[in-house]
Design a protein around this ligand. Sequence first.
Ligand SMILES: [Zn+2]
Length: 87
Amino acid sequence: MLDAAERALIRRRLQRLAAGEARSGEALAVRQGALAALQRLDQRGFGLCTRCLLEIERSRLLADPTVRWCAGCADDETAAAARRAQV
Ligand SMILES: [Zn+2]
């Protein structure tokens, strides 16, 4: 689990991302991801994989606080996307 200092750091980073003026494209997706992550942070669901509900690795969260999936699910999804792309 993340400690209080790490949560505070993540909250500040998310708030900075969410405060952007972006209205379209990738920057907007980042902003929406940050807003959703802030909501999860307030609801204590933050840090849990939204796919398998296990804890997301703290190194992943610290590298990108908007991640929604654990490494295992992200790998599964990457593999599935690669299979879809080959069809
Ligand atoms: Zn997962």
